[in-house]
Design a protein. Structure first.
Length: 360
């Protein structure tokens, strides 16, 4: 998942609507993670395609990265590029791991912690902090990162950034198109074989995550390099609705194909429209807030999802109770993400950037 354009470029210039759409996608992920516990059959889940938000993140990240670094990565060098990405992304990787560890021990509806020795817990925690996949926890479906499941996409985000710095930043536009066609073919195979584009988060579908980031990250870069920005007056609300439609469409027999078309065409189109749309001054604050909390929300919500899931399976609450619990849980996690952003993420990054400048 990527970050606010102003943070990447170090300037005030940014595409505010894209920041806002990132928040919409992060919210969809949180709602989906609640609902997948309630409806394991995704055809009964009103947001059964919510996991596709990650593909939107990857596409947006490719666009943002190319926008921010295509013209200056050779000037600043690889080391400065990687420092900047680590400072922007890794503090919340660490905090998400800490929150996951605390939730693991303090979850009142689970005794999972009793099944692990101190050595295994340390290994799982270090793997999570260092973004080293460790699909060891059977009761957590062998998530690549048992203490903070969403970190799987950050692992692939890091891989994409490495490839960008070493290869993609240097290739011409023709080679980029060739790579995109190859990536589309691989993603099509993955979607057909699995029946969806859900993979990448566990040991059994680990490489599917690579296929997902391969195409969408390249598509985002292509949008920038070919200036495929479509001028329009849709604005944030309409584009936000367009984005949500991808997540709430029905789950049908041919969903692998509809999901594939959404990732191949629809999400890049939304990025192009979002970059070229006009923002109403009345919605500027909302877009800024949405963009600012999107990454904290994405990286710090899953500890609560595990607790909710264990509560749901042990207590079996009524649908009425679940409605209030899930709505309240989403609101709580948004507020929690805001506090994390304001009192942890921003101060830590500011401190690390200051130390980097002093070291130079």
């Amino acid at each position: 998942m990527s970050n606010n354009l102003a943070d990447v470029t170090g300037t005030k210039k940014h595409f505010a609507i894209l920041d806002g759409l990132r928040g919409v996608a992060a919210l969809a992920v949180v709602i989906f993670h609640f609902m997948e516990w309630v409806f394991t059959d995704f055809s009964k889940n009103f947001i059964g395609h919510g996991y596709l938000a990650v593909d939107f993140f990857f596409c947006l990240s490719g666009f943002v990265t190319a926008y921010a670094y295509d013209y200056r990565i050779q000037k600043i060098g690889l080391l400065e590029f990687f420092k900047a990405r680590l400072i922007r992304l890794h503090p919340l990787v660490v905090l998400g791991s800490v929150l996951g560890l605390l939730g693991f021990f303090l979850d009142p509806y689970s005794s999972e912690a009793n099944a692990y020795g101190i050595g295994a817990i340390i290994l799982l925690f270090l793997s999570s902090v260092l973004l080293i996949p460790a699909p060891m926890m059977e009761e957590r479906a062998f998530n690549l990162f048992g203490f903070n499941a969403p970190s799987w996409s950050l692992f692939w985000e890091y891989i994409a950034n490495i490839f960008y710095a070493l290869i993609l930043s240097k290739i011409n536009r023709v080679i980029l198109i060739v790579l995109l066609i190859v990536a589309a073919g691989i993603l099509s195979f993955v979607a057909y074989r699995a029946g969806n584009l859900l993979g990448g988060w566990t040991g059994s579908n680990f490489l599917d995550g690579g296929a997902r980031v391969f195409y969408s990250f390249l598509a985002g870069i292509l949008i920038f390099r070919y200036n495929l920005i479509i001028r329009n007056k849709f604005g944030f609300i309409i584009l936000g609705i367009f984005l949500m439609l991808a997540f709430v469409m029905p789950v049908l027999k041919w969903s692998w194909l509809t999901e594939l078309l959404i990732v191949l065409i629809y999400f890049p189109l939304i990025v192009s429209l979002g970059a070229g749309s006009t923002l109403s001054p009345r919605l500027k604050t909302l877009c800024e807030f949405s963009g600012n909390i999107s990454y904290p929300l994405y990286m710090t919500h899953y500890w609560a999802i595990w607790i909710f899931g264990h509560y749901f399976t042990s207590v079996k609450p009524s649908i009425k109770d679940l409605t209030f619990i899930i709505i309240g849980g989403v609101i709580f996690l948004i507020l929690f993400a805001y506090l994390v952003m304001r009192f942890f993420d921003v101060p830590v990054r500011r401190h690390l950037n200051r130390k980097k400048l002093l070291a130079e």
